[in-house]
Design a protein around this ligand. Structure first.
Ligand code: SF4
Length: 288
């Protein structure tokens, strides 16, 4: 399984953004059009982000940290990871709430970021755009890639609440979608992450991402959310994106505002994890 996985991630002779260098200027122009009436995600604030912050409170290109990450899935490590601040979600249990929910980070000129990325070739296996959430920062990412020539797979590490407009741009530049599939219904998403229409948007984007790149789906098992979230998600994956790789994660711990929500104010039990994992095995998912 792992050999197949390595082969998939590294089978491209060239990263997608290098194949599409000639379109990069057009993609950047399109991204700045979206930026001036923002609809990078399905909140669709419609504001000019040159003038004010949107719901994500993301300042374009605001980078909280960037470093070699050894904590991602084995097959991605070492991953050169760029953490943006701001997020399109307001998860009450966010483990990165200091950067996702508050202003943090500095702007690094795209030329400099491109130079940093070129410097990690041979030492990192990929470039991992994350946050917070990378979606509000897409114009900046494109500007970096325009100036970059590093032949490294680009990883879109996201909650996948992107708009169709964003997905249309990503298809030219991202090689791997590392997705975070959290909820099996809209009610839990609205209560715990403050987003609407979760299921329809996230399943739509997973189907698109499955067609336009490689995909690793992360699912964090949450206490008391096995039946309402974990099981429906795994069933959907089996029915709709069966070849995707799936990481069933057990490391949930209550943090940030989780103590205000009785159902998620504890770690998961062995029993909960076993139930989810064995269901994934029964469905024949590609577990990593
Ligand atoms: S990326 Fe931010 S400003 Fe743009 S639509 Fe989403 S929440 Fe609103």
């Amino acid at each position: 399984m792992l050999e197949r996985y390595f082969a998939i991630l590294e089978r491209r002779a060239k990263s997608k953004y290098l194949e599409n260098k000639s379109r990069m200027r057009k993609l950047i122009d399109r991204a700045y059009e979206i930026y001036s009436e923002c609809c990078f995600c399905e909140h669709r604030c419609g504001i000019n982000r040159r003038e004010k912050l949107g719901r994500c409170r993301a300042k374009l290109g605001s980078i909280a940290s960037h470093f070699f990450h050894y904590g991602e899935e084995d097959v991605l490590v070492p991953s050169y990871t760029i953490f943006f601040s701001g997020c399109t979600f307001g998860c009450v249990f966010c483990q990165n709430y200091d950067i996702s929910q508050y202003q943090a980070g500095i702007y690094i000129e795209p030329e400099k970021m491109a130079w940093i990325i070129e410097g990690v070739v041979g030492r990192a296996r990929n470039v991992n755009w994350v946050g917070g959430e990378p979606t509000p920062h897409l114009p900046y990412i494109l500007e970096v890639l325009e100036k970059c020539s590093a032949n490294l797979p680009q990883v879109w590490n996201s909650n996948m609440y992107c708009s169709m407009e964003t997905m249309d741009i990503l298809k030219y530049v991202m090689d791997v979608y590392l997705t975070d599939f959290k909820y099996g219904n809209d009610g839990c998403a609205e209560r715990l992450s403050k987003v609407k229409n979760y299921w329809e948007i996230i399943t739509r984007n997973h189907e698109i991402a499955y067609r336009q790149g490689e995909m690793i789906i992360r699912h964090l098992v949450m206490p008391n959310h096995v039946e309402c979230c974990s099981i429906p998600i795994l069933n959907w994956i089996a029915d709709n994106v069966p070849e995707a790789f799936v990481n069933v994660m057990a490391q949930y711990y209550p943090t940030y505002k989780a103590f205000e929500y009785e159902d998620i104010n504890r770690r998961i039990t062995n029993e909960e994890y076993r139930k989810v994992y064995s269901h994934a095995v029964k469905l024949g998912l590609n577990l990593i």
